[in-house]
Ligand binder design. Structure first.
Ligand code: CTP
Length: 449
């Protein structure tokens, strides 16, 4: 019996997939089809699959060509499968020509002619699922957003806006995008969604104006300085069927999802302490060091520390205390936020112009999770116990600078895939605004305004 194997995502099942499977089956007597998991597709840079894995499997099954369907979830699995199932022929479409020649050492490799002019990507775009994004603010993060968005299928940055002419023109020259400096309405006309990366004090107003124009919004943290304003903006977005997401990058990383799962699944017992530190030494003269009203350690990095605390212990803390060390002109260079819960204590530390170990430690009654610096860009972590010989190590996907996972989440939400915002809920974001409000009051007092 001649055994054939092929693999694919088979998202939005189309004629090209059908023909490929038909011809694969004709190559032998028994066809095995490997369907990729979302996690595996993520790891190879295929973000934003539309169909869940069960739908994709069912669609392959419905063709009647597959004698067996398996799931592909890791790199190197093809070699394992070829040996385990005694495969004679490995086949894929001609878009992969040459890429799998190394499998010739194990079986025959055949590239089948790809059906022209159709692909899952084309269908996604054709469904109007290409989201045109405009960037507000063309400073330091805008180029990173632009570059990372190219890895997210279904996302395209088409315009930028910045009332600061010099910054706008510099961006325009480099990225060849229409960049607006005064006509905000015209800029909004070009797009479906905005990414807001302007100075902190302008975030909320840009969010409001964009939502009112019917645009989905991804806004850099901190989105607002008050709870009421956060409430107003999230309520407005919900009422109008718009997506509003606060851009706390760590929340969307694959490793962070794993950390939360391990913290909650009992591996370390009951969680009683969390310590999350984020520090950076910003460039001399940068906003983080000079803008004593709307920047500084807490406003730039405080949300990162609050993220794992709220995700793991919730937002029903009994008490919160904020303490800062001030630098010149009253800007905070180091801030600690202490949360007291019934049965747990947590600290978020933020430093701008102060450097410390950027680790995340989650302490439990039976062990602890150690996420090494920089934890907000985690790709691995450990679970440690009393016995130092027992250590469980976890590894996760981390591509580029991690920005693409946040962008992918934004696009998925706009497309109505995975609509629930469990990675960072509106409720958690509003609770962060509440702490920010408290910090701003303290700052005013400290600065004697
Ligand atoms: N395939 C094909 N003809 C097409 C599209 C896909 O023969 N027009 C083949 C691929 O070469 C692969 C299999 O179908 O062997 C599964 O491909 P998959 O990557 O799931 O589909 P694509 O449509 O190429 O997906 P995407 O656009 O997301 O890359």
């Amino acid at each position: 019996m001649k055994k054939v194997i092929t693999y694919g995502s088979f998202d939005l099942f189309h004629e090209g997939h059908y023909k490929l499977l038909k011809r694969a089956k004709e190559l032998g007597d028994y066809l095995i089809v490997g369907v990729t998991t979302e996690h595996f597709d993520y790891s190879r840079g295929k973000l934003n699959l539309i169909d869940p894995i069960m739908t994709r499997i069912e669609n392959v099954r419905a063709t009647g060509f597959a004698d067996e369907i398996i799931v592909e979830d890791h790199e190197g699995q093809k070699i394992e499968d070829i040996q385990r199932y005694n495969i004679d022929i490995f086949t894929v479409g001609s878009d992969w020509t040459g890429k799998f020649d190394y499998l010739n050492a194990y079986c025959k490799v055949i590239y089948l002619e790809r059906t022209p002019d159709i692909s899952s990507t084309i269908i996604r775009h054709g469904r109007g699922q290409l989201i045109r994004i405009g960037i507000i603010g063309t400073g330091r993060v805008a180029p990173r957003f632009f570059e990372e968005s190219s890895y997210v299928s279904g996302a395209e940055v088409v315009a930028a806006y910045n009332p600061d002419v010099d910054s706008a023109m510099e961006f325009n020259e480099k990225y060849k995008l229409p960049t607006y400096v005064d006509n905000f309405e015209k800029f909004l006309d070009k797009i479906d969604a905005v990414y807001i990366a302007s100075p902190n004090e302008t975030h909320a107003e840009y969010v409001r104006r964009s939502l009112m124009a019917g645009k989905h919004v991804l806004c850099e943290k901190p989105m607002t300085f008050t709870y009421d304003e956060a409430l107003e903006l999230y309520t407005f977005a919900k009422l109008h069927g718009l997506r509003l997401m606060e851009g706390i990058r760590a929340a969307y990383l694959p490793a962070f999802q794993q950390i939360l799962a391990v913290a909650k699944n009992g591996s370390i017992g009951r969680v009683v302490g969390i310590d999350a530190t984020f520090t950076r030494l910003p460039a001399i003269g940068s906003r983080e060091q000079c803008d004593y009203k709307y920047s500084g350690a807490f406003l730039e990095y405080g949300c990162y520390g609050m993220l794992p605390i709220f995700k793991i212990l919730g937002t029903d803390y009994e008490d919160v205390e904020i303490k800062s060390i001030l630098g010149d002109s009253g800007i905070d260079i180091f801030t600690e936020i202490h949360f007291q819960y019934s049965g747990a204590l947590a600290t978020a530390k933020a430093g701008a112009g102060v450097k410390s170990e950027g680790a995340l430690i989650i302490a439990g009654t039976q062990g602890y999770i150690y996420v090494p610096a920089p934890w907000w860009m985690a790709d691995s972590f450990e679970v440690r116990h009393e016995d130092p010989n027992i250590v469980e190590r976890y590894r996760s996907e981390f591509k580029g600078d991690g920005f693409r996972y946040e962008i992918a989440e934004f696009i998925s939400k706009i497309n109505g895939v995975g609509q629930s915002d469990y990675k960072l809920t509106a409720g958690e974001s509003k609770e962060m605004a509440k702490v920010i409000e408290q910090f701003m009051k303290l700052r005013k007092k400290n600065q004697g305004d």
